[in-house]
Design a protein around this ligand. Structure first.
Ligand SMILES: Nc1ncnc2c1ncn2[C@@H]1O[C@H](COP(=O)(O)OP(=O)(O)OP(=O)(O)O)[C@@H](O)[C@H]1O
Ligand SMILES: [Mg+2]
Length: 233
């Protein structure tokens, strides 16, 4: 049974369609990646899943519930966590205050950051009282993932978590995402442009071009032919 399923989803900005009949399913417990060049609609697709873009036609089912018209804040309570492209942490709030924002999306009432957050992201403990904006790009990305985790999600939607981040931290993020998936059973759907990162992290891929899914399958079947056709410039 898929945890997240999109059926014939079409999305437009004003009157201009950008997603055309998207069909995709992400199973519980897996890591899936969404690939494609700039501007093909990857971010729009994730935003539709969290309800920030209205679906024109088609449907979205999450954990056996139809959520196509459910407002964004309620989707967060269903267990969908969205970590946007560019991270979007609040630069003038401390790391701790940024983390606490993650509580607000959750059903559970927490006042203290659970210890496991610092087990996944030891760096955050050392910087708790620093302004978020003073962290490096990679640290801000880790903060954003940690904040997403605090809403106790069933699925995490990550939009290009490695964009503009130094290689050593990319490696760290990959390892941590795998741990989060394995140890907490959280399903992950990640938008990526780095093909190697996607291949080692994810079991399944969806390739997009011009608002459509044009190829999908296990990442082991991501041939150089597919990569050249749909990713290389
Ligand atoms: N707010 C908006 N209003 C109008 N058009 C938009 C808006 N946001 C995106 N678009 C258009 O929708 C299409 C898909 O954009 P989207 O941001 O989803 O692509 P993407 O695959 O995430 O690109 P990137 O790899 O650069 O992040 C593009 O043609 C883009 O110009
Ligand atoms: Mg994008």
């Amino acid at each position: 049974m898929p945890l997240l399923e999109l059926t014939d989803v079409t999305v437009a900005y004003d009157q201009t369609p950008v997603l055309f009949g998207i069909n995709m399913a992400v199973d519980k417990g897996e890591i899936a990646c969404l690939l494609g060049r700039n501007g093909v609609g990857k971010t729009t697709l994730l935003r539709s899943v969290i309800g920030l873009n209205k679906v024109m036609s088609g449907g979205i089912v999450f954990d056996a519930d139809e959520i196509t018209k459910v407002p964004t804040y309620k989707r967060a309570r269903y267990g969908i966590s969205y970590i946007p492209q560019g991270r979007e942490i609040i630069p003038y709030l401390s790391v701790l205050e940024n983390l606490k924002l993650g509580f607000s999306a959750s059903k559970r009432k927490l006042s203290k950051i659970p210890e496991e957050i610092f087990e996944f992201f030891p760096m955050l403990r050392e910087h708790l009282n620093r302004q978020g904006g003073l962290l490096s790009g990679g640290q801000q990305q880790q903060l954003a993932i940690a904040r997403g985790l605090l809403s106790n999600p069933q699925i995490m939607l990550l939009d290009e978590p490695t964009e503009g981040i130094q290689p050593s931290i990319v490696q760290e993020i990959e390892t941590t995402l795998k741990r989060i998936n394995r140890e907490k059973g959280i399903t992950i759907l990640v938008v990526e442009q780095k093909i190697d990162f996607a291949k080692t992290l994810a079991q399944k891929f969806f390739m997009m071009e011009k608002g459509s899914i044009v190829a999908k399958g296990p990442t082991s079947e991501l041939t150089t032919d597919i990569v050249h056709r749909y990713l290389a410039v």
